[in-house]
Design a protein around this ligand. Structure first.
Ligand SMILES: [Fe+2]
Ligand SMILES: [Fe+2]
Length: 215
């Protein structure tokens, strides 16, 4: 398949996953939450994600031969720690201890599996495109909802601006490098893995936040 057509199929797969979330928005989106206690928990969980995202992107640098992708990853690494800073600040404004948080099982699995991916195309498809694609879809929704308090939306407005600024770089990387059937096949499987683990993470987070389940 032509690499642009391939990138479009991945984009469609991610968009479908996002649409399916609409009927029952996860706690992760902040929209169904009713107390600041719940919002603090979700933000702590998402602060962990910013930290891990930076570690993943930075960890991929040495094994990324393509200079343009290396530069993008290096920038993304720095950006994730800026995001972490915004969330730390918001949590402190609520007298919460930012890193007083234990990662949920599926959340650990999700990041550990990103770390295990070895090829540029599968990495970019699985994490920046599928993973961050879903995250940013839900951020945009929470900013538009009008019911999420300012202390939550303020830092996410800044995060959303950053995500919008780099446009659709994962798509362009796929167009440029997903040029063989083998690369495309690996990338689609990595995307399916990413979305399955994200679904499991959202479920873990829902049960912790709504039902108080401890892991
Ligand atoms: Fe990011
Ligand atoms: Fe981020």
């Amino acid at each position: 398949m032509d690499s642009r057509a391939f990138a479009e199929t991945i984009e469609k797969q991610v968009a479908e996953f996002c649409k399916n979330l609409d009927a029952n928005l996860p706690a992760y989106s902040f929209i169904p939450l009713t107390t600041d206690e719940m919002r603090v928990k979700v933000m702590q969980s998402r602060l962990f994600n910013e930290i891990r995202a930076g570690e993943i992107f930075g960890g991929w640098l040495k094994s990324t031969p393509e200079l343009d992708v290396k530069k993008t990853l290096a920038e993304a690494t720095h950006e994730e720690y800026q995001h972490a800073g915004y969330l730390e600040e918001a949590l402190r404004s609520k007298d919460a201890t930012p890193h007083d948080y234990k990662p949920l099982p599926a959340q650990m699995a999700m990041f550990n599996s990103f770390e295990g991916l070895t090829d540029t195309v599968e990495r970019i498809a699985a994490f920046p495109m599928a993973g961050e694609g879903v995250a940013d879809y839900l951020i945009a929704k929470s900013l538009k909802a009008g019911t999420v308090p300012r202390w939550v939306t303020d830092p996410y407005k800044r995060i959303h601006e950053d995500e919008e600024e780099h446009g659709n770089y994962p798509f362009e990387i796929l167009v440029k490098y997903a040029t063989t059937a083998e690369k495309q096949e690996r990338a689609s499987r990595a995307v399916a893995m990413s979305l399955a683990l994200r679904r499991a993470y959202f479920d873990n987070l829902d049960r912790w936040v709504f039902e108080g389940k401890s892991y």
